[in-house]
Design a protein. Sequence first.
Length: 192
Amino acid sequence: MPPNALEALLADARACRHCADLPGGPRPILQASATARLVIASQAPGSIAHASGVPFQDPSGERLRDWLGLGEDDFYDASLVAILPMGMCYPGRYAKGGDLPPRPECAPRWRPRFLALMPAVRLILLVGGYSQEDALGKGRMTDRVRAFRDHLPRYFPLPHPSWRTGVWERRNPWFAAEVLPALKREVRRALA
């Protein structure tokens, strides 16, 4: 890997204005380093992240960090954890509420280039249906999460940690009983 290649790619990604038509304008939000061992392949920044410039600095981030068993110091340590959303900019909202899907051109434009420069990655968390479909093809999120072992050691599929997931978790008690303990073990293994 050429020296500073990842730093140059980060600068290019953060300067991207490909989606200048987004309602809030482009503001790519991500973190990465060549030494990162864990990748959080999420959906797209929300409105709070768009305003602050910090990914997952909201209730969904608190839930995700709890699922992972990580404090903020480790979670935001780019030398350990990369955050590479499917869409790096906030996509806006539907008229009736809820965030729009990530822009489809973003992930193919950036994700392979980042992963090629991140040789230390041991585990990629596929957070939400969009990232799961990108990596695993068509399928139901619940089925993928329940069959998480089938995707190890490379991937670990997870639901999106939004407030809506609380209802899903109550309907699927196996998630807390089986998936979360395994997730914490896999995250510790990846970061060890």
